[in-house]
Design a protein around this ligand. Structure first.
Ligand SMILES: [Ca+2]
Length: 102
């Protein structure tokens, strides 16, 4: 893999996704329902997803093993971004207005 000198915003976003997953993963490298719900509550407070955590977990646990591996987690985050484009724009606009964005 060729590595450029400067990391791009998209590379940073993908890397951040993995970093968040690793921060919450259990010893077996997966997220339990409890850790997934905690992750949503702490990492997505602008979208108020904490109450939907258990239902989302069932939906995204594609192989129904009661755990989320990184691929399942990544699919959830990307699907969320696709289906919540308007809300995402609003949150990012607020972020910029607050001076937190670039
Ligand atoms: Ca699973």
């Amino acid at each position: 893999m060729k590595r450029s000198k400067d990391i791009t915003p998209l590379e940073l976003s993908v890397g951040s996704l993995l970093c968040v997953f690793m921060e919450y993963q259990n010893a077996d490298g997966t997220l339990s329902k409890e850790t997934f719900c905690k992750c949503l509550a702490e990492q997505m407070p602008s979208f108020d997803l904490a109450k939907a955590g258990e239902e989302l977990f069932k939906t995204v646990d594609i192989n129904e093993d009661g755990k989320l591996e990184f691929k399942e987690f990544a699919v959830l985050v990307c699907s969320f971004a696709c289906s919540n484009y308007d809300a995402l724009q609003e949150v990012m606009k607020t972020c910029k207005d607050d001076g937190n964005g670039k």
